[in-house]
Design a protein around this ligand. Structure first.
Ligand code: PHB
Length: 388
C-alpha cells in the first residue's frame, strides 16, 4: 500500500470511529460553519441569528441532551471550511455539520461528510448539484433553478421578449443563467447575450454598459446575497432604469437584508424567490417580530430562514433518533414536512432537497419601508435541476 493511501485509510477509519463516538455523548453538538467576516458576512450573521432564535424558542435540550451550537468563521474560503469541518468532526465530535454560505464551501466539505457519515445541512448554498455531492447532504435553503424557471415563465407574459442575462460566474450563477435561458426561450423569448461577472469584488460597470448598448426589454440578474447593493447602485448610476431597461432576477438581488437601503432604483423590480420578509402568514409575522426583537436593526432575509428551518430539521431528527448522529440522524431528516416562515415545505426523501413554494414579488414601499411584495405563487416546486 502506498504511504499516502495508507494515511488516507487511517484518516477515514478515524473519521468513522469519531462519528460512532458521537453516539455516546451527553451533548448534541451542531457545528455551524459560516462566513462571519468578509464580503459574505451578512449571510453568516443572518444564519447565526436565526439559529440562536430557534434555540431560544425551542429549548437548549433535545432528547435529554444539551444542544451545543459551535459557530465557526470560514471567511468564505473553501479550504478553511473543509479544515474547520474536519476539526469539528474529529476533535469536537459534532453530530451534524451545518451552514455553508456559498456553493464552493459546501462542495469542499461534502466528501468529508460522506467519509465520516456526518449529516451536513446546507442552509445557504443553492447550486442544484450540491445535494448530489454527498448522500449526507440535506438542503434547507433553495435552488437557483427553482427560482429561475419561475421568473422565466412570468417575464414573457409581462412584456419582456428580449433579455440579457447577467450572473456571477460560479455555480449558482451558471444554474441561474441556464435555467432562465432554456425556459425563457421555450416560452418564445430571446436571450440576446449572456454575461458573467467575477464572483468576488465585481465591477458591474462594463457589463451594464454592454447591456445598455444591446437595449433589451430587461436584464435578468443573479448575484449572491450581499452583492445586490453594489449592482443596484451601478444600475442607477448608469441610468439603466431611465433607458427603459427593466431589471428582473431571482430574489437574491433584492435581498431583504439590504433592500431598504437601495432606495428608489429598487422600486418595481420583479423577482422570484422562496422567501420574503413580508410573507403574509401568521407564522412568518411571529418569526419576523421575534427575529427583529432579538436582533435590533436587522431584518430576516432568505438566509435567516434557511438557517431557522435547518435547525428545525436537525432538532426534529435528533428527537426521533434520541440524539444519535450518523445515518439514523440523516434518515430522520428525510421526508420532514412542516410549515416554515416561507410557507409549506418538505425535504424530498429521495433527493434530500427542499421542496417549497416560489413566489413572484415586486418591490413596493409599505409604511415607508421597501419590501418584496408577493403577488403570485407556484406551489410545491421541486428542483428542476434534478429532472436531468
Ligand atoms: C451560493 O453560493 O450557492 C449562493 C450564495 C448566495 C446566494 C445564492 C447562492 O444568494
Amino acid at each position: 500500500m502506498q504511504k499516502r493511501q495508507f494515511l488516507n485509510t487511517v484518516a477515514c477509519a478515524a473519521l468513522a470511529l469519531t462519528a460512532g463516538n458521537a453516539l455516546a455523548q451527553d451533548k448534541f453538538k451542531i457545528g455551524l460553519i459560516l462566513p462571519m467576516t468578509g464580503p459574505f458576512a451578512s449571510t453568516g450573521k443572518q444564519i447565526e441569528a436565526a439559529a440562536r432564535l430557534y434555540m431560544a424558542q425551542n429549548g437548549a435540550t433535545v432528547a435529554g441532551k444539551k444542544v451545543e451550537l459551535i459557530v465557526k468563521d470560514d471567511t468564505s474560503a473553501p479550504d478553511v471550511t473543509k479544515r474547520i469541518a474536519q476539526e469539528l468532526v474529529v476533535n469536537d465530535k459534532v453530530q451534524v455539520l451545518a451552514g455553508f454560505g456559498l456553493t464552493p464551501l459546501a462542495l469542499a466539505t461534502a466528501p468529508l461528510a460522506t467519509q465520516s457519515k456526518t449529516p451536513m445541512v446546507v442552509m445557504a448554498a443553492a447550486t442544484s448539484s450540491i445535494t448530489q455531492a454527498s448522500p449526507f447532504v440535506v438542503r434547507t435553503s433553495f435552488t437557483l433553478p427553482q427560482a429561475a424557471v419561475a421568473i422565466a415563465d412570468w417575464a414573457p407574459n409581462n412584456g419582456i421578449r428580449k433579455a440579457v442575462t447577467l450572473v456571477s460566474d460560479y455555480g449558482p450563477g451558471i444554474d441561474a443563467e441556464k435555467f432562465f435561458k432554456d425556459r425563457f426561450t421555450f416560452n418564445g423569448g430571446q436571450v440576446v447575450d449572456s454575461l458573467r461577472v467575477p464572483m468576488r469584488n465585481p465591477d458591474f460597470a462594463p457589463f451594464l454598459q454592454k447591456v445598455r448598448d444591446l437595449k433589451p426589454d430587461a436584464v435578468y440578474v443573479f448575484v449572491p446575497s450581499g452583492a445586490g447593493a453594489a449592482l443596484m447602485k451601478q444600475f442607477a448610476e448608469r441610468g439603466m432604469d431611465k433607458a427603459g431597461i427593466r431589471l428582473i432576477g431571482t430574489g437574491d438581488i433584492t435581498d431583504d437584508d439590504i433592500l431598504n437601503s437601495m432606495g428608489d432604483v429598487a422600486m418595481g423590480v420583479v423577482t422570484s424567490h422562496h422567501y420574503s420578509t413580508s410573507h403574509a402568514s401568521a407564522l412568518n409575522k411571529k418569526f419576523v417580530a421575534a427575529f427583529e426583537k432579538a436582533n435590533p436593526g436587522m431584518r430576516p432575509n432568505f438566509m435567516a430562514v434557511g438557517g431557522y428551518d435547518g435547525m428545525r430539521v436537525i432538532y426534529e431528527a435528533a428527537k426521533a433518533t434520541k440524539g444519535a448522529g450518523g445515518e439514523p440522524l440523516l434518515n430522520a431528516m428525510k421526508g420532514q414536512i412542516f410549515e416554515s416562515p416561507r410557507g409549506p415545505m418538505f425535504i424530498d426523501a429521495q433527493t434530500r432537497d427542499v421542496v417549497h413554494n416560489i413566489y413572484i414579488r415586486k418591490v413596493e414601499r409599505v409604511n415607508g419601508q421597501l419590501y418584496n411584495q408577493e403577488f403570485a405563487t407556484l406551489t410545491d416546486v421541486k428542483d428542476p435541476g434534478k429532472a436531468k
